[in-house]
Design a protein around this ligand. Structure first.
Ligand SMILES: [Zn+2]
Length: 235
């Protein structure tokens, strides 16, 4: 569930409890502008060794004994991701063939996810287990909450709130997964692939990206608090 859809889901029921969401909305907007500006800035800074995102990803994967993982280009901007089922690393147009510090940071971050997968990193496994519940929670919780509010059924609101907890839990477990992938990426890039100044640039890009996940988690927690406030009103 994206931040936008979380906000959109809350809009049908407008009232004063909406105000509790404002810090989350502002944080999300700030994080988004930060990630866009930092990405643009370091997309224009090339690395001294002239390596592309795909080359660096291949190099790190092979050095980690992950020769079985393939790398594919994918359309769009910042659409980069690691697919644990297919064992495929998909790098966006601006990363795959780019020699920018931003591209190398992002490519290495995705390799970080591949390494997490290969080493059975606990939070990643936990997140994988929560995905189906979070998807159900994301789709059904607001329907139940709204139905409960309109029909006056506190039980429905409580079930909705309970289901929404899985969405919040998913967003919280995402944080260590993302922070760890970036930490691994920067550690590897700092072994001589990038210069210390270039590593600093990659770090700024990855930190900005991490901020969007923090904003999503904060928005999720605030949405949950709002559901609690709405359900109390009906008591
Ligand atoms: Zn990631």
């Amino acid at each position: 569930m994206t931040i936008i859809s979380a906000i959109a889901a809350m809009i049908p029921y407008m009232d004063s409890t909406m105000l509790i969401l404002i810090p989350g909305i502002l944080l999300a907007a700030w994080a988004q502008s930060k990630v866009t500006s930092t990405y643009q800035q370091f997309s224009r800074v090339g690395n001294q060794r002239g390596l592309t995102g795909a080359q660096v990803a291949r190099y790190i994967l092979d050095n980690s004994g992950l020769n079985n993982i393939t790398i594919e280009p994918i359309r769009g901007q910042l659409t980069d991701h690691y697919d644990p089922k297919g064992k495929v690393l998909r790098l966006s147009e601006g990363v795959y063939g780019s020699q920018s510090v931003a591209a190398l940071g992002i490519a290495s971050h995705e390799v970080g996810h591949a390494i997490q997968d290969a080493t059975n990193y606990g939070p990643m496994r936990l997140r994988g287990a929560i995905v189906p519940l979070a998807a159900i929670g994301g789709n059904l919780s607001m329907v139940l909450v709204l139905a409960g509010l309109f029909l006056g059924g506190t039980g429905l609101v409580q079930i909705g709130a309970f289901l929404f907890l899985f969405t919040v839990l998913f967003q919280l477990v995402t944080l260590p997964v993302e922070f760890d992938a970036s930490k691994r990426a920067l550690r590897i890039l700092d072994t001589g692939i990038l210069t210390p100044t270039e590593v600093e640039g990659a770090k700024r890009v990855l930190n900005a990206a991490a901020l969007t996940y923090v904003a999503a988690a904060v928005t999720g927690i605030l949405s949950f608090l709002r559901i609690l406030l709405l359900s109390r009103r009906r008591d």
